[in-house]
Ligand binder design. Structure first.
Ligand code: NDP
Length: 236
């Protein structure tokens, strides 16, 4: 479709699958990377960015916009975990996860809104998590950050809706990536028993929902929280 798309954390995992899916449909896609950009296909434009740093975000957007024009579709996907029980969780662990997952979403949304307001249109998609709605033992920091994305997104949807800008949340369950591989086999087996579809998602199954939210067919969808969780979060 030839639009200018930016995906944060697009160098691996879910973000890379989202970026590839947009590129496959003909969009011009920039992906932010922090650790490395090895092995990325030439269909993607890698731009260096640490989402905890406003100046770094501004530089990455400027680079992407110089190449592709103002960002029309923003996917705020970068995220981290730093699990631990509340009693043992340091304040630094709490604030750094909230900074990378939630404050960063505010930073990129604000930067993207500039061009979208001028263009009188745009799509913002925020990657949250099922645990943002259900809570999760050992993830007070992560769940708080992911839950905060819902309030952030719905406020953006209300503030910018009249300018043709939509904002939506995708809330994946367990997806096969480095993040979940770090959990180990025992935990994986326990988790599988709680998922109605009895398997982890493939990254492409999250990507297809995100590209749909960016498509003309989703033009009247805003402020929505769309679970992609194999039924794990039903009832929340
Ligand atoms: P990965 O751990 O595989 O990748 C994380 C991505 O975020 C990487 O691209 C990483 O970049 C980027 N990132 C992290 N911190 C920063 C930072 N400070 N600045 C810039 N980029 C950063 O994670 P997933 O692909 O599994 O997760 C992607 C998103 O989906 C996250 O928001 C996660 O919370 C969410 N999610 C994942 C689920 C899962 O089961 N995997 C389930 C529900 C939600 P770099 O390589 O440079 O570190």
């Amino acid at each position: 479709m030839g639009r200018s798309v930016l995906v944060t954390g697009g160098n691996r995992g879910i973000g890379l699958a989202i970026a590839n899916a947009f590129a496959e449909q003909g969009d011009q896609v920039a992906v932010t990377y922090r650790s490395g950009k090895d092995g990325l296909p030439d269909t993607l434009l890698p731009v260096h960015c640490d989402v905890t740093d406003t100046a770094s975000i501004d530089a990455a957007f400027t680079e992407a916009e110089t190449a592709h024009g103002p960002i029309e579709v923003l996917v705020s996907n970068a995220g981290i975990t730093d699990d631990g029980l509340l009693m043992r969780m340091s304040e630094d662990s709490f604030t750094s996860v909230v900074d990378a997952n939630l404050t960063a979403a505010y930073r990129v949304a604000k930067r993207a809104s500039r061009g979208m307001l001028k263009a009188k249109g745009g799509r913002m998609i925020f990657v949250s998590s099922v645990v943002g709605l259900s809570g999760s033992a050992g993830q007070v920091n992560y769940a708080a950050s992911k839950s905060g994305l819902v309030g952030l997104t719905r406020s953006v949807a209300r503030e910018l809706g009249s300018r043709g800008i939509t904002a939506n949340v995708v809330a994946p369950g367990f997806v096969d990536t480095d993040m979940t591989r770090a959990l180990g086999d025992k935990r994986r087996d326990e988790i599988l028993g709680t998922i109605p579809l009895a398997r982890y998602a493939d990254v492409t199954e999250v990507a297809s929902v995100v590209t749909w939210l960016g498509s003309p067919g989703a033009g009247y969808v805003t402020g929505a929280v769309i679970p992609v969780d194999g039924g794990l979060g039903m009832g929340h």
